[in-house]
Design a protein around this ligand. Structure first.
Ligand code: GLA
Length: 408
């Protein structure tokens, strides 16, 4: 059965308006009112609890000499995330394990150079169209658009110079729920073949409840496909620590979109029942990853789009539970919720150990997994999939929440 093509992308505007009100939040403190009595001497204090906020430092320079920054977001519990204005890349994310020890759970590098040289989208925001568009072309309102082919004959993650390779404008902002960084860019009409000038703002909020909230807001001046997502590579045991085979995954999806050669969807929504893609009950990622099921062979492991079960009666602009993954040795857990109808669960099948990460460890095959909440791949060519076309005057809005915790 075709599912609705009219899933709106609307979020309550209030939440995003808070982000748009952006004011610098760099470790600010409230000034004393002018008529306040002189302050009493401050007694010595115990070593300070981590101070929530945002700080900025250098992340190196691009070949043309442009300086690149990295912003450190800290929450009230010392959970820390660093993100750079190059590609809006999340370069590190330190969350507690069951003993309270912080560990960095995303793959990445220490300086911008390494991202420019060789990165399979580590931590980046990918777009204008995350994942693939078959034949690198689509037809909209009677006109065929030729996109840049960068994955055989197909286009992947925005083309040769997608959003992961652009310099964004970064602004720390205050939000009631935590430390936040707003990143914006303008993608010109015709960039990589896409029509319309697109203005995109992505806001990362690290909440005091140990969640990373990613808000997306885009406007266009011509109809264009938009499908923007976050491409972090997670390993809850720690970046560079072995494979993710032992992580236990539950995906709240009865269906997925099977692919043909080149990982382009066939257009069907197929049941996961009886396949290695059935994660409706928690299952080790590695348990069936080497299966000879044709879909697993085509993907070289998991590299598919699951169709999130939309809770009955829930509006399309609300957050639906997407998945929950746990890492038994550290107890770390990750729960993902999203307003997006699908999720690309990719198990780092293309990693092969040649990339050496920020703590000098090789990133081995299946050393991480990605959770790319999204509209379905190749939607502009798939009439049965929810539409990804954004029109002037109707903004693109999307939210995904990555909630970190521990199972003790
Ligand atoms: C996505 C794709 C994969 C691969 C990675 C990046 O997850 O679906 O096939 O391209 O990004 O290497």
């Amino acid at each position: 059965m075709p599912i609705s093509t009219a899933l709106p992308r609307l979020l309550p505007l209030a939440a995003l308006a808070v982000a748009a009100l952006g004011v610098i939040a760099c470790q600010s403190s409230t000034p004393a009112p002018a008529d306040a009595p002189p302050a009493a001497p401050t007694p010595p204090v115990a070593p300070a609890a981590p101070k929530a906020g945002v700080t900025k430092s250098s992340f190196g320079t691009l070949a043309d000499g442009t300086a690149v920054d990295v912003y450190t977001l800290t929450n009230a519990h010392g959970v820390e995330m660093r993100a750079t204005n190059y590609g809006a890349i999340i370069v590190s994310l330190k969350v507690p394990d069951k003993t309270g020890a912080l560990g960095d759970v995303v793959l990445g590098y220490n300086k911008v150079d390494d991202y420019v040289k060789d990165s399979p989208y580590f931590g980046a925001i990918v777009g204008r169209y995350g994942n693939r568009i078959g034949g690198a072309r689509f037809t909209l309102d009677g006109k065929t658009y030729q996109l840049t082919a960068n994955d055989g004959v197909n286009t992947l993650h925005g083309g040769l110079k997608g959003f992961d390779k652009l310099l964004w404008t970064a602004t720390p902002v205050t939000r009631p729920d935590g430390a936040a960084l707003q990143l914006s860019l303008t993608s010109k009409d015709g960039d990589e073949g896409y029509p319309g000038t697109l203005q995109l703002t992505v806001t990362y909020t690290l909440t005091d409840a140990n969640a990373l909230v990613i808000d997306y807001l885009a406007k266009t001046d011509k109809a264009t496909p938009v499908n923007v997502t976050s491409h972090s590579y997670f390993n809850l045991a720690g970046e560079g620590v072995g494979t993710i085979d032992g992580h236990v995954m539950q995906i709240h999806a009865d269906k997925y979109t099977p692919v043909a050669k080149g990982l382009i969807p066939t257009g069907e929504l197929a049941s996961v029942e009886g396949t290695p893609l059935d994660f409706r009950t928690p299952t080790a990622i590695g348990a069936r990853i080497a299966s000879t099921h044709p879909q697993m062979v085509l993907g070289g492991g998991y590299d598919h789009n699951w169709v999130t079960n939309w809770p009955a009666g829930m509006a399309a602009d609300k957050l639906a539970p997407v998945l929950r993954v746990t890492e038994p040795t550290t107890g770390r857990t990750l729960e993902v919720e999203s307003t997006e109808p699908g999720v690309q669960f990719y198990t780092g099948n293309f990693l092969d150990g040649h990339l050496v990460g920020k703590s000098n460890r090789p990133y081995v095959k299946r050393g991480a997994f990605c959770v790319e909440t999204q509209h379905f791949p190749d939607s502009p060519n798939q009439p049965n999939f929810p539409s990804t076309i954004v029109k002037p005057g109707a903004d693109y809005q999307s939210r995904t929440v990555f909630r970190f915790g521990v199972d003790k």
